[in-house]
Design a protein around this ligand. Structure first.
Ligand code: ZN
Length: 446
């Protein structure tokens, strides 16, 4: 077999990997590089999708033209999607049409994908198939029929999968992204039994989220983030002040914790912003939004304005959950900070970032400018009420110990971020010929 590392091996974003076995080719993920998209958004106001050519020119999508050059494009039998984050599915509306192959993902992943395309009036000819977590499918190719398992794993969005492709030469396990969280607050815990089972069959290669392989930690459970949310909401002096919380719209477990403690404050809870609406309604559609009845969900301009007017009047009895934790231009928090909404912050109002600033120059700059504007109004900022969704070095050690793959391919970062994974595998007794430091556009014959 051969493995092609198409995107996500030089940067955090535009994830895409490809596996070839004889006459059959399989794609794992088609993501966007978000910093490039954010820059595009800053240049122009229009939404509703960009041209493929434009996105390729600025490096916002994986360079899958490599498959055309190698004559592999017509051999693609399936496109598998690991989870609902844009750096894993965001390029589907622009690239999937090039392949005569169906897309597979869990109900939440495919639901989010459909909402994104609806919202931007985009269409693709590919069939989109929903696969329940912890179940398997069979994909027919020219050189055989392949079992594919969607193994439930924990991350920072619902129904994330590790995907196991069974080939006659062994299993390829696509593990991008994940953390090992036995208390995920919402959704199923990691399926260690199934991982052990496929390990017995023999894992030929793992493509593994190594973003934090250099961090000497076990990434804390989401239950720790829940405790941080509890503390910031229930123990600060916030009577008579407004409370705004901004977080990742895709993080339904986090949203649940925020709602649970906001209810204890006896406040009306408003969810505001387009991406909030997309992800929360995708969760509602699959019956995984336990707080559905506790919130007002708004996204259209007029609704947003009337909510903000209400909150302005009833600041002591309202709590707003909104977009904008990275200072994204046009997001709700960005517009609030620019005072272009019918709500004005007052001294001692609270802005809680249940997030971490993703360390790219454009995000750092956006956040710092937004914070300056917020501080001018005298608001209290609570940053980093958050734990990561990515495995740390000690989680990675546990995973490798559990499934002992023959070959390891670190993914999801720059060379600096991925190199510590190579040193970890050496530490664990792997020989250099089984640990593969790969960049975008490379191929590996196994
Ligand atoms: Zn992710």
């Amino acid at each position: 077999m051969e493995i092609f590392t198409v995107g996500g091996f030089n940067e955090v974003g535009k994830n895409m990997s490809v596996v070839q076995y004889k006459e059959d080719v399989f794609i794992f993920d088609m993501g966007v590089y978000l910093p490039a998209i954010v820059e595009l958004q800053e240049q122009e106001v229009d939404k509703g999708g960009y041209s493929e050519k434009r996105l390729r020119n600025i490096g916002a999508v994986p360079n899958d033209l490599i498959l055309d050059k190698l004559g592999l494009r017509s051999k693609v039998r399936a496109i598998f999607l690991g989870h609902a984050h844009l750096d894993h599915i965001g390029a589907v509306p622009y690239l999937a049409y090039r392949y005569d192959a169906p897309l597979y993902g869990t109900p939440f992943t495919t639901g989010v994908l459909k909402k994104i395309m609806e919202d931007d009036s985009q269409q693709i000819p590919n069939q989109i198939k929903s696969i329940n977590p912890n179940s398997s499918i069979h994909v027919k190719g020219k050189s055989g029929t392949y079992q594919v398992d969607f193994i439930n794993i924990t991350h920072s969005t619902l129904q994330t999968s590790m995907i196991a492709l069974h080939t006659p030469e062994g299993i390829v396990l696509y593990s991008n992204d994940f953390k090992l969280d036995d208390n995920p607050v919402l959704g199923l815990p990691p399926n260690y039994d199934l991982l052990k089972k496929i390990a017995k069959e023999g894992i030929k290669a793992i493509i593994v989220d190594s973003l934090y392989s250099g961090a000497e930690i076990k990434t804390p459970s989401e239950k720790i983030a829940r405790a941080l949310v509890e503390e910031v909401l229930l123990t600060i002096k916030n009577e008579n002040s407004a409370i705004f919380v901004t977080t990742f719209s895709s993080h339904i477990a986090r949203l649940k914790s925020i709602v649970d403690y906001a209810k204890k404050l006896d406040r009306d809870i408003y969810f505001v912003g387009r991406s909030m609406k997309k992800y929360v309604s995708a969760a509602i559609d699959i019956g995984m939004c336990p707080f559905q009845k506790d919130i007002y969900l708004t996204s259209y301009k007029k609704q947003v304005e009337s909510v903000m007017k209400k909150v302005e009047k009833n600041r002591a009895t309202s709590l707003v959950v909104c977009t904008g934790h990275q200072g994204e231009p046009g997001s709700i928090m960005d517009r609030l900070s620019r005072e272009t909404m019918p709500f004005k912050f007052r001294p001692r109002d609270n802005v809680i970032f249940s997030s971490k600033t993703i360390p790219t120059p454009v995000n750092i700059e956006n956040r710092s400018q937004m914070d300056k504007r917020l501080k001018k109004s005298g608001v209290r900022i609570f940053d980093n009420i958050h734990v990561s969704g990515h495995a740390g070095r000690e989680d990675l050690r546990d995973l490798i110990t559990l499934i002992h793959p023959e070959n390891i391919i670190p993914a999801h970062g720059t060379v600096e971020q991925l190199t510590p994974m190579i040193s970890l595998t050496k530490e664990m007794g792997y020989s250099a010929k089984n640990c593969h430091s790969m960049r975008n556009g490379e191929r590996l014959k196994l």
